[in-house]
Design a binder for this molecule. Structure first.
Ligand SMILES: [Zn+2]
Length: 312
């Protein structure tokens, strides 16, 4: 890759889409943000087209595009259907981006990955020790996700949805989640879901976001503490299940919920420590916070774009 060539990294999260222009070393040149919460697909598409056009005017030699998106995703069609953005079902994001770049004479390669896979790719880029070990990256934000790192390689699975961890069940007879499955970890531990669980637990203060719930818990509100503790326990159990299945002893956590709430993080760590006790081979487990926050999915998208280019 030559130094006059550029990459785009696109991150589709639960409430926002960010599109970044990166140079050949995967250094960010400019990043634009589009709000995606409670907006129509048409409005979001218009903003995506305008943003792509704005970045292409800065650097028209865009040779590869990477997308990190909340799942499920379609690797071949570059379509996205994120559970938390109901407006997007089989949304042809790849086609839209390529169509817009073609107007500037760019015909780049394009590839898509799960957003947590993108975060894991960024973590491996920033922490070279991950090229020699295995680790499970857990994202606890609006939604829940995970990614499996094996000696620097981030596993993608047969359909690109490896680590689709938020919708793994932790209660086989539990309540039905947004995705249609029973007792998903995200039903208990997702940042958005915990607001609903808080109301069910009797919290009368209006809960506009997770920060409000966390402040209530920090001020000693019993129902708020119980809600966050229950979410942290659910994700701890799901994490132990993944560690057990894969014989993984290293866990890295990221995401708005776990990074902003000591109550959530400390409960998650203590529950993993306690629930791992029956499994002696995992007792020396290590857990740490990620080096970047969830914005790393955009960097991970640029890294995917570069990898696709270098291996094609
Ligand atoms: Zn679910």
């Amino acid at each position: 890759m030559s130094l006059d060539q550029y990459l785009l990294g696109v991150d589709v999260g639960g409430t926002k889409i960010t599109i970044g222009l990166y140079n050949a070393k995967c250094e960010l040149q400019k990043s634009n943000r589009i709000d995606s919460g409670n907006r129509s697909a048409t409005d979001i598409e218009t903003d995506v087209r305008n943003t792509i056009s704005e970045l292409a005017k800065i650097q028209s030699l865009i040779v590869s595009v990477g997308i990190s998106s909340a799942g499920p995703i379609d690797l071949q069609r570059i379509e996205i259907s994120p559970v938390n953005i109901p407006a997007f079902r089989k949304f042809p994001l790849g086609e839209i981006i390529l169509g817009e770049l073609a107007k500037f004479g760019s015909h780049p390669q394009i590839a898509i990955q799960g957003d947590i896979i993108g975060m894991a790719r960024a973590e491996v880029f920033l922490d070279p020790t991950l090229s020699e070990t295995t680790a499970f990256l857990v994202n606890a934000g609006t939604g829940i996700g995970g990614a499996l790192i094996d000696k620097g390689k981030v596993l993608t699975g047969d359909t690109g949805n490896s680590g689709y961890f938020g919708h793994a069940s932790v209660a086989f007879a539990g309540p039905i989640c947004n995705c249609g499955a029973f007792g998903c970890v995200e039903y208990y531990a997702g940042g958005a879901a915990m607001l609903l669980r808080g109301k069910e637990n009797g919290i009368v203060t209006p809960l506009s976001d997770f920060a409000t719930l966390n402040s209530l818990a920090e001020s000693g509100n019993i129902a708020a503490i119980a809600t966050i503790s229950s979410g942290a326990t659910a994700i701890a159990q799901a994490t132990v299940n993944v560690m057990l299945i894969n014989d993984f002893t290293k866990v890295i956590v990221t995401g708005g919920v776990v990074l902003s709430s000591d109550i959530f993080y400390e409960k998650m760590v203590s529950e993993i420590a306690s629930r791992i006790q029956p499994h002696a081979f995992l007792l020396d487990f290590q857990i740490r916070k990620a080096l970047l926050d969830s914005s790393s999915a955009e960097l991970g998208a640029a890294l995917l774009a570069r990898e696709v280019l270098l291996t094609s």
